[in-house]
Design a protein around this ligand. Sequence first.
Ligand SMILES: CC(C)(COP(=O)(O)OP(=O)(O)OC[C@H]1O[C@@H](n2cnc3c(N)ncnc32)[C@H](O)[C@@H]1OP(=O)(O)O)[C@@H](O)C(=O)NCCC(=O)NCCS
Length: 160
Amino acid sequence: MQKKKDARDDGGVAISEGARAADPAEAAALYRELGWGTEARYSRARMKKALEGCDVVIAAHNGAGELVGLLRALTDSALDTKVLDLVIAPEYQRQGIGLRMMDRLARHPLVRGTAVYFETERRNFGFAAKCGYAPRKGLTVFCAGKALKSSKGARGKDSR
Ligand SMILES: CC(C)(COP(=O)(O)OP(=O)(O)OC[C@H]1O[C@@H](n2cnc3c(N)ncnc32)[C@H](O)[C@@H]1OP(=O)(O)O)[C@@H](O)C(=O)NCCC(=O)NCCS
């Protein structure tokens, strides 16, 4: 997938998409900056694999070309799409970038027509609502990640 610029982008932050839209080292640093884990989990090598393994990668870069936002998603292109995560650098939050990236996802050719799932914490419910998402009645997220098992059910230091 090639990196594609969105000609309609403004405000100094450009949105692009494709597996190579984001530099893995910069992406890993962004997750660490948000406190989601250490270098052991968010290393350049793991992030490279994580980006390559996604069906949709959407990135936001500032005027200096630095990565300030990243969205990763998986889709079957027919029924369902799942947003794995959406991260905006702290100093770029509340500037409408997350909303633009979610809109870009909804218009993505692989995603259009599918049900898009976005799981997030209560503090982001306002953002999800603004993006047009509503809680799915009766649905709770379960996770059996490696870190979870190894810590006997407690949240591992490097898990979200
Ligand atoms: C959640 C997150 C992705 C939102 O991205 P963002 O670029 O800051 O959000 P936007 O500026 O596009 O917000 C659009 C609208 O959503 C609503 N919104 C956004 N953040 C909100 C918050 N913390 N509380 C209430 N409403 C919020 C507002 O209505 C906002 O519009 P306004 O600023 O004009 O009032 C970003 O804060 C983030 O990266 N957080 C840390 C990582 C995370 O928790 N990711 C989500 C789960 S994977």
